[in-house]
Each structure stands twice: as structure tokens, then as C-alpha cells.
Design a binder for this molecule. Sequence first.
Ligand code: FAD
Ligand code: UDP
Length: 365
Amino acid sequence: MKQYDYLIVGCGLFGAVFAHEAQKKGKSVLFIEKRNHIGGNIYCELQEDILVHKYGAHIFHTSNKRVWEYVNQFVEFNNFINAPIANYKGEIYNLPFNMNTFSKMFQISTPQQAQEIIEAQRGEIKGEPQNLEEQAISLVGREVYTKLIKGYTEKQWGRDCKDLPAFIIKRLPVRYTYNNNYFNDRYQGIPVEGYTALVEKLIDGCDVLLNTDFFSDKEKYLAMADTCLYTGMIDAFYDYCYGELGYRSLRFENETLDMQNYQGVAVVNYTEREIPYTRVIEHKHFAFGTQEKTIITKEYPADWVAGMEPYYPINDAKNTELYQKYADLAANETKILFGGRLAQYKYYDMDKCVEAALALCDRVL
Ligand code: FAD
Ligand code: UDP
């Protein structure tokens, strides 16, 4: 059996960056990937001449120049800026929370008017916010919370906003300017050829076994390389010995429509509780497409159960404590490295994932 320097379990972004750097150092790499394609959750493919993000909207954004220059070595990025719309019971608001949102919500026009209204509404929260609901009200007041946050968040996470950690909502900018850019980062865009092209270039020269689950023959695969980089679920690696970590899953429903333009924007969030999906994405708008047809995807949040894709770690106190036990086991491994969203149980965006992979390379290669 061929021997490799590295076995990488999972062919997502984390593993791909590590593989590229390992090969630059003259190391040989074998990937095993349980899905039938490379790229993990950033995989996209052409349908009707439209690049379809198969696992939900992916917009690359970063303030880290090293990361931006790193990914731009491989693929060219377009100048897409994410400016999603919220639909609450048919009322349309701009996101993230900014003067466009506030002027429509409160029928006002100046930052001072918006601040006065929100200041009065946030008065109900005394002291440091203890959960997502309190954090949200203290950021934008009860009215924006009720229409644009509560329903969306409870669908997304499957629990009450009072039982969710505050940090989740701190990801979103709140601005008193008329600026609909969803991100504050310096750099933003989408690869013109798609994310799969980025991953293809990163892993060029590696061997890849698709449709191969590491756990179907763990010992055999481990014996094929000197060191293993594992990017799957960390609790699965240790056979759930301390119990299962919590994840949220998603179901994607795609439709090809015989029209040019369905919703006029790449992402519409449906923020009311009663509509079962959280967002509808229209893929062509990520690339300013003018094709005759269009493809949309409805994103339905779901409880994660064994066999489903674990898209989001649930970083609440209970899971964080449980993860720490697995991380302690992982820290004692000498021939196995752990990295990426699932193995580090972290809500990584792509740029943070590249950053973490490069940091691991700096440390071990
Ligand atoms: P993954 O992409 O999950 O790769 C892990 C791979 O390991 C998978 O291919 C999996 O099949 C494989 N694997 C797991 N277990 C096994 C096993 N036992 N055997 C073999 N293979 C295995 N980030 C942004 O920056 N911008 C965005 O707009 C954005 N939107 C997102 C939207 C959604 C719906 C989701 C879920 C994530 C989004 N992200 C976004 C985050 C982004 O997807 C991640 O940062 C990135 O994909 C993480 O890469 P990874 O390699 O860590 O994990
Ligand atoms: N969120 C919300 N309303 C929205 C969009 C986001 O309440 O219209 C909240 C929700 O709790 C979500 C969090 O903000 O989990 C972070 O949003 P983001 O768009 O960053 O989520 P992701 O891209 O990770 O799904």
C-alpha cells in the first residue's frame, strides 16, 4: 500500500490549504472524502450555466491581507458585495441593521432620530446582556429584534433566543449610516470560476479518494500515512466517548425557474417564525448573471441527527465544556492533527478557516 506523509480526512477548505502548503514542502498527501466531490461546504457547480452554491450562500470576506492575497493567488474574485434583504410578513427591510433599516422601521431619516428610538427601547435591558435576546435588544431595540431577529434566529437555531449565547448576534454589524454592506471587512468577493476551482488548485498533485468514509476502516487509513490531519467531527473521532456534541443541520431545496430574475438580489432572509425556511438565495446574482433561467435555493434549518450533515456547531456553554474534553484528548495525540469547523467545533468563516490552516502549517510543517 502506498505510503504518504499526510492522510487528510475531509477535502474541505481547511484540508485543502494544509495540503497545498505540505506539498510545497515536498510532502505527499492523500485525501479521503466521504462525499462524492471535493470542496466540503464551499463546493459549487454549474447548472444552466449558473454557478450554484450547493451548501448555501458563500461570500468570501476578510480583513486579513495575508488571507486575501493567499486565495487570490489561485483564483480571481469578482466585486460582489453582500447586501441581503429581510422579508417580514411582506415588509421589506435592508440588512444589516443600518439607517435604511431604521428609516423604514421607524419612519425617520437621521442617525440622531434612530439612536434616540433605539436608546429608549434598549432601556429595558439592565446590566451586561446574558443571552441572545438581551444582546439583540441592547444593540437595536425591541422592535427590530421582534421583526428581524427573533423569528429568524429561533428557526435557525431551533431554540428560544433566551437560551442562545449572545455572541451569535454580535457577528452582524449595526450602523448609523446608509450602508447595506453585510460585512465590515476590507476585502470581499466570490471566485469568478467558483469555490470548487479554488479547492482544485489547492489540492493539485494530491491523491483523492472520494466516497470514502474514514470510519469504514479507520486503522487501515491511518496506516497509510505518517501523520493524519482530521477535519471531520471530533466527537465521532473519539467514538462519542463523552457524549454527542450538538449541531444544527440544514435542508436545501433547489428550483430552476423559467424566468430571468426571481427576487432581484442574491439573498432574501425570511424573518418571521411562520415561514419554515430562513433564506432564499438566487445564485445568478452572486455573479451578476444574465442567463435566461434562474436557480433558487430555499434553506430550511433542521435538528441534527446522526446521518445528516452537521453544518453549524452549537457553541453554548454545555457543548463548549464537552468539546473541551475532546480537545484535551486531541492535544495528547502525536500523529494526528485536528483542524477545521468540525474538528475544532468552531463557527469558522472561510477566511478564519484559511487563517487557522496557515497557522497550523506554520506550526507543524
Ligand atoms: P467542511 O467544508 O465541512 O469540510 C470537512 C469535510 O470533511 C467535508 O467535505 C466532509 O464531507 C468531510 N468528512 C467529514 N467526516 C468525514 C469522514 N468520516 N470521512 C471522510 N470525510 C469526512 N463562510 C464564509 O466565509 N462566508 C459565508 O458566506 C459562509 N456561508 C456559510 C453558509 C452555510 C450554510 C454554512 C454551513 C457555512 C458557511 N460558511 C461561510 C462557512 C464555511 O462553509 C466554512 O468556513 C468552511 O467550509 C469550513 O471548511 P472546513 O474544511 O473546516 O469544513
Ligand atoms: N440573524 C437574524 N436575522 C437575520 C440575519 C441573521 O436574526 O436576518 C441572526 C441569526 O441569529 C444568525 C446570526 O444573526 O444566526 C448570524 O447571522 P449570519 O448571517 O452571520 O449567519 P450565517 O451566515 O452564519 O448563517
